[in-house]
Design a protein. Structure first.
Lengths: 199, 199
């Protein structure tokens, strides 16, 4: 069964890929907004970890809408949630039997409710799988330590390929650098540099 | 990391074991109520699938309480939920780094909320993992077909080792055979007979 996993190059979506690897033919799919070429970081991680890799570009309107939502809110949660849902829809429209993402049990954003998951499955005729939905923060941290080589740091410094980087760039372009600081709180990001040798 | 998986011999908990197998040292743990020796069916499946196996016996009071709850309700859901939670507590008190069960995304019972999961983790110092929490009914069915040999049929006919069989037996003993029919609606159960050869 062919599975497309929405992929950022970070620890969660890489761990999700490893969990599914024995059961599906996994392709990592990085959604991008056409704003920067940060998606190339995800391609590097896909090569290092040995997974197939594809990209999918979202509509300009989706990016603009998300940025306006974030400026209106003064925080990024709803905008990121919107882009995540658009990205899932885009992967669901590709030619996979199943799709997946790296959302964890303890994530506040993005989240997909059971009803939204079932709706996605019914409308697109795919299985939608969230391999980390039943893993808490502690379990994820321990699995990452045992299986992945990771670099981490503040969001604006770590190499990353998810649309947060592009949303920041778009926000800066449309509303100035100060808008980025207003909307995005400081938080840690991770980027996977490889698999642990003796896993 | 040592993980104890609450185990019934059915397709869901066997699939959960396979999903975790690359990442943990998995021991299948069957909880029983001391009413019947149906737990032996789970031991057979554990042997066939190559996993370590242990049992844990729950308190008589837990069984009696669950049965009285079911008689009062006229349906089994709350009683089964109670026993499931007791069983998770019992496995959490054993000597594992992590515990798990075979609950799926679309299950109505048993369910464990995120708050309950975090409470279990905090009180016992273990990770509590629900590997199928992010898998819907269709995904589980397709994974089972690709990976497990299964027999299925009405609850009262299929070999099984979960506490539902014991709760039925206890209910019949305390309240007569008719009480079992009153409380338990007809539904399908599964029993895993092995792994698919070419998985």
């Amino acid at each position: 069964m062919d599975l497309g996993l929405l992929y950022s190059g970070g620890k969660d979506s890489t761990l999700a890929a490893l969990l599914l690897d024995d059961f599906y033919d996994v392709t990592l799919v990085t959604a991008h907004l056409g704003v920067t070429d940060d998606w190339r970081h995800a391609r590097e991680t896909a090569e290092t970890t040995g997974f197939a890799f594809e990209t999918v570009e979202l509509d300009d309107d989706d990016a603009t809408e998300a940025v306006e939502q974030m400026v209106e809110d003064g925080y990024p949660r709803n905008g990121i949630q919107q882009v995540h849902q658009r990205a899932l829809e885009a992967v669901a429209e590709m030619d996979f039997d199943a799709i997946a993402d790296g959302t964890r049990r303890d994530d506040r954003v993005p989240t997909v409710s059971r009803a939204q998951a079932q709706s996605l499955e019914d409308r697109h005729g795919v299985d939608y799988i969230v391999p980390l939905a039943g893993f808490g923060r502690g379990a994820v941290d321990r699995l990452v330590e045992a299986n992945l080589s990771v670099e981490s740091g503040p969001s604006e410094e770590v190499r990353k390929a998810d649309y947060e980087a592009e949303l920041r760039a778009l926000l800066a372009r449309e509303h100035g650098e100060n808008a980025v600081e207003d909307v995005f709180p400081d938080h840690e990001q991770t980027y996977v540099t490889g698999l642990v040798a003796d896993r």
